[in-house]
Design a protein around this ligand. Structure first.
Ligand code: NAP
Length: 310
């Protein structure tokens, strides 16, 4: 197998990881990738990626990025059987972009730093389509000098990169961000159902919100799916959103902050998960909200911009 010294390693080629790696490759970086389900790695070869035979094979990379699902999954790929840092060689740096808890991240930092591996938390704002368009925001925390070293790689994946401080602060940032992400979709679904039940076509209402002071990249890129009910084009699942609402409420509890809007949203998302919505986009919340209002939704079959075109 080819040496990975001096190259970037990447673990986790789900929706986000795949799109982010492609940005790095497009910017001319050498990236060696590993994914638990190997079939997801193979298509990246034509974009210039090399494939590692195991996680541990990435230990000779200078920097290894990780983008997996949960805190436990990150622990598993780093410290579990055959984990990245469990052999004699270790990467110099791990940069993690998964959305995980502050406490879990602190444990991971302690463990990595004890092994001599530097650790930067770099969660992101934006879905895979946003990542493909190079429009992610990355927000990092950890040693500032480490962030400065990683910045060129982050720039290759994002439209804007930020450092918010030491330690796990970027985890708190992401938890706060995703709490708003949940609350906004909850309210957007409620008001869209209200407007439609009163007689305003969905696409007309969403267009008006997008062009109001309340519109955002988020409301714009969810608009085609909300208009045409294409929830099978999964960007982020109800289960991942529930994980993030739980992280938000746990952080609120530990810092003593009341978050009534987030609490109500968490229950709504939990009900959606409990109804069996799994491999589907979280925007299916619109259909659930309509059902609760006795409104039967139909695709409006209108071509709407997602605002992400080049
Ligand atoms: N989707 C979004 O819009 C979005 C936006 C920002 C942040 N995020 C966050 O980014 C992270 C990834 O999200 P995603 O949408 O890319 O999820 P995803 O499509 O479900 O991908 C998850 C990735 O993690 C890997 N993985 C999970 N558990 C693992 C384990 N125990 N060992 C090894 N690999 C494991 C999966 O491998 P397999 O392929 O083998 O399953 C896959 O590569 C999550 O923390 C999510 O909350 C998502």
């Amino acid at each position: 197998m080819a040496s990975t010294a001096g190259t970037i390693g990447w673990i986790g080629l789900g929706r986000m990881g795949e799109a982010m790696v492609k940005r790095l490759l497009k910017a001319g970086h050498s990236v060696t990738v590993w994914n638990r389900t190997a079939a997801k790695a193979e298509p990246l070869v034509e974009y210039g990626a090399s494939i590692a035979a195991s996680k541990q094979a990435l230990s000779s990379c200078d920097v290894v990025f990780t983008m997996v699902s949960t805190t436990d999954d990150l622990k598993e790929v780093l410290f579990g059987a055959g984990g990245l840092v469990t052999g004699s060689a270790k990467p110099k740096v791990v940069v993690d972009s998964s959305s995980i808890s502050q406490e879990g991240s602190a444990e991971i930092r302690e463990h990595l730093e004890a092994l001599g591996v530097a650790y930067l938390c770099t969660p992101v704002s934006g879905n895979a389509k946003v990542a493909k368009a190079g429009k992610l925001l990355t927000v990092s925390s950890g040693p500032k000098a480490l962030y400065d070293q990683a910045e060129p790689f982050l720039q290759a994946m994002a439209r804007k990169v930020m450092w918010v401080g030491e330690g796990e602060l970027a985890r708190v940032w992401k938890i706060a961000h995703n709490t708003m992400f949940g609350v906004v979709i909850q309210n957007l679904c409620e008001i869209t159902v209200l407007a439609e039940k009163a007689g305003i076509p969905r696409h007309v209402f969403l267009e008006s919100i997008n062009d109001s002071v309340l519109g955002s990249m988020y409301t714009r890129y969810k608009t085609p799916m909300l208009t045409n009910l294409t929830f099978d084009q999964v960007t982020f699942t109800p289960k991942l959103l529930l994980k993030d609402m739980d992280l938000g409420l746990a952080a609120a509890k530990s810092y003593g902050v009341a978050m009534p809007a987030a609490a109500a949203t968490r229950e709504s998302v939990s009900r959606m998960v409990g109804r069996g919505h799994d491999n589907i986009d979280f925007a299916v919340l619109l259909a659930e909200t309509a059902k609760d209002a006795g409104l039967e939704l139909k695709s409006e079959n209108v071509k709407m911009s997602d605002g992400l075109e080049a």
